[in-house]
Design a protein around this ligand. Structure first.
Ligand code: ATP
Length: 320
């Protein structure tokens, strides 16, 4: 193997740059050449590609986003789109491809591998942490820390004004960010799509809290569980409490990656290159119980990762 490509795809996440850096430097260390593909599969189709050198990834380990940029490409979902990308594989002499992204990006990588046999290695990069085969995906830790920072700040106002605050966090159709941020932020209630909830129960809990002298309440809502505004409206209607809603939105996607995400990205990037060099393909690298592992992309795509319900119950116990 002499030359590999690397791209970032889907939503950006903090730590993707550290992963790109690790892929480029690990590959060069072993004498490989690396072609950076800009704007994900869109740039793959449009030949928006150029060689990367040691200096191409200098001074990026601490930056959020992705220097290769990212995109969502409808065209790559079709065989015709992938055929155009295959022309560029030949044009640039690629013998392997590292795809940093989420579930959809891995489906694209797998489809491409099936059709053309180009060895691929996936690196999980998404703040949602919804990828099976890895306890953590790159960007999740930073996103949770950003959400907890926001909760801490909102808590100051919540206490001063004796208000109930609803904080809506990201996570698509999963509650990983909500659960982690809610537990770390000491939320009174956490609403996640994986667990049914009732507004009556939430309101009862709020009222109990106020009766025993609580000055404020924080409720963390995963975007996939309910709309924060709607929950705020219903609570206000039922309890009459002064209720404010904050939707954190893209604040959670940006920012300098945490040390955890940088270290994870560095380890996963290096492992992805090792896998390609060893002749493995159709794999995703991940971390399980602290160890760097690899899994079949087929399995990763087929399995749904679930939140830790013990942790959810613990959050409930600690916020009685
Ligand atoms: P995130 O979780 O941050 O949204 P993602 O990788 O899941 O990341 P998607 O938009 O689902 O983001 O997928 C990224 C790109 O992967 C798509 O725009 C498309 O180009 C490609 N892709 C997704 N699904 C498929 C598929 N079934 N076949 C081929 N390509 C696909």
């Amino acid at each position: 193997m002499q030359r590999i490509g690397v791209l970032t795809s889907g939503g950006d996440s903090p730590g993707m740059n550290a992963a790109i850096r690790a892929v480029v430097r690990k590959a060069i260390y072993h004498g490989l050449e690396v072609i950076g593909i800009r704007r994900g599969f869109t740039g793959f189709i449009e030949a928006d590609m150029e060689p990367m050198r040691l200096g191409s990834v200098a001074d990026i380990i601490h930056r959020g986003g992705t220097v290769l940029h990212t995109a969502r490409s409808e065209e790559f979902k079709s065989p015709a789109g992938r055929a155009r990308a295959w022309e560029n594989v030949n044009r640039f002499g690629l013998q392997g491809l590292v795809v940093i992204g989420g579930d959809g990006s891995f489906q694209g990588a797998q489809a491409f591998y099936r059709e053309y046999g180009l060895p691929v290695a996936g690196i999980p990069g998404t703040i949602d942490n919804d990828i099976s085969g890895s306890d953590y995906s790159i960007g999740f830790d930073t996103a949770v820390n950003s959400a907890v920072d926001a909760i801490n700040k909102i808590r100051d106002t919540a206490t001063s004004h004796e208000r109930t605050f609803i904080i809506e966090v990201m996570g698509r159709d999963t509650g990983f960010i909500a659960l982690a941020a809610g537990l770390a932020g000491g939320a009174e209630s956490i609403l996640i799509p994986e667990q049914p909830f009732s507004i009556e129960d939430i309101c009862d809990k709020l009222c109990r809290g106020y009766r025993r002298g609580k000055l404020h309440s924080i409720i963390v809502v995963a975007e996939g569980a309910a709309g924060g505004l709607e929950i705020g409206k219903q609570i206000k209607q039922r309890t009459g409490f002064d209720t404010k809603v904050t939707i954190l939105g893209h604040l959670q996607r940006g920012g300098t990656p945490s040390a955890f995400d940088r270290i994870l990205a560095s380890r996963l990037g290096a492992k992805a290159v090792e896998l390609l060099m060893s002749g493995a393909t159709g794999k995703m690298v991940g971390i399980k119980a602290g160890r760097i592992v690899d899994s079949d992309l087929d399995k990763v795509i087929a399995c749904k990762k679930t939140v830790d319900l013990d942790m959810f119950r613990l959050a409930g116990i600690l916020s009685i």
